[in-house]
Design a protein around this ligand. Structure first.
Ligand code: PEP
Ligand code: MG
Length: 298
């Protein structure tokens, strides 16, 4: 089955009812882009992972070169570069942070740069430069308020060809997506964090792993709300998009772009090709008792 899926990986993922879903690859190291089979681009370049082994911050030139290498490996299909998403469980050696009692609820992602924007400014310069050579989307992580979006857009400056979005991974952002996305081109749902914050279950704590289930109907209701209210293209780049069954559900809810881990890309595409989205009973899924019942329905 995997062999068959890999053979057909470069064919587009068109469902039986004629919906085209873009299936992209998540990139943490350049090799992820090189190894990707059938990816329609990258829906998530995790820059804090890409440069996470450095003791000093990468220069603008180094960032440009690395982003260019990723784009070339993906045959210059669009790449979605996420700005530094540090804090929580992800420290960066060249941007030390104060110890916090609740790091996942502290200075994470975009929040970090309000007080010290220099590293973000360098990164945005690199992103603007690569965007003159190849299709680039930029997105900001861990956004909560419209004010943060306005600040990030101000830091970015003139957009030219660049598409701009935010990650939706905080319930407040999911609920208020219509307002937050007003000046954006897309939003991308980070189901890992959205699940963690919706269920109040630390994603790194195995003792509560069963609570942090991306198929919890509460998480799915938020995703449904985002699709209905965003007014812009909605992508999913969290781990839920790597699960072929869940991918069909996400597409049935109206998500048009899924970004998965490399080995899953051909499998997600193959599953979507077999699916008739109009036959998915989304109401039953959204009203299910719990994640297990959702799995049963899928
Ligand atoms: C997410 O939260 O779903 C996401 C894609 O971001 P990360 O896993 O890097 O926090
Ligand atoms: Mg996240």
């Amino acid at each position: 089955e995997r062999e068959q899926a890999v053979t057909e990986a470069n064919e587009p993922a068109i469902t039986r009812d004629g919906k085209t879903i873009d299936v992209l690859v998540n990139v943490g190291v350049v090799q992820d882009a090189v190894d990707a089979r059938g990816a329609d681009g990258s829906g998530l370049v995790r820059t804090e992972v890409l440069f996470g082994d450095r003791r000093t911050a990468p220069t603008v030139d180094e960032q440009v070169e690395t982003f260019r290498a990723i784009a070339q490996a993906l045959k210059n299909r669009p790449i979605t570069i996420r700005t530094w998403d540090i804090g929580g469980d992800k420290p960066l050696p060249f941007l030390p942070q104060a110890k916090e009692a609740n790091p996942f609820l502290g200075e994470r992602g975009l929040r970090v740069f309000r007080r010290r924007p220099e590293l973000l400014r360098d990164q945005l310069e690199a992103i603007r430069r690569v965007a003159t050579e190849t299709p680039v989307h930029v997105m900001f992580p861990m956004v909560t308020t419209a004010d943060e979006v306005a600040w990030a857009l101000d830091e970015l400056g003139p957009r030219h060809g660049l598409e701009v979005g935010i990650m939706v991974e905080v319930p407040a952002a999911a609920l208020r997506v219509a307002t937050l996305a007003k000046d954006l081109d897309f939003v991308s749902i980070g189901t890992n964090d959205l699940t963690q914050y919706t269920t109040a279950a630390d994603r790194t704590n195995t003792a509560v792993a069963s609570l942090a289930d991306g198929l919890d109907p509460a998480v799915l209701q938020l995703i449904d709300h985002v699709v209905r209210n965003a007014g812009v293209r909605v992508a999913v780049c969290g781990d839920l998009a790597s699960n072929p069954q869940a991918a069909v559900l996400l597409a049935a809810l109206g998500v048009t772009e899924l970004s998965a881990v490399g080995p899953q890309v051909p499998l997600v595409k193959a599953r979507l090709r077999q699916a008739d989205l109009s036959q998915v009973d989304t109401a039953a899924v959204l009203n299910a008792r719990d994640a297990d019942q959702v799995r049963g329905l899928l």
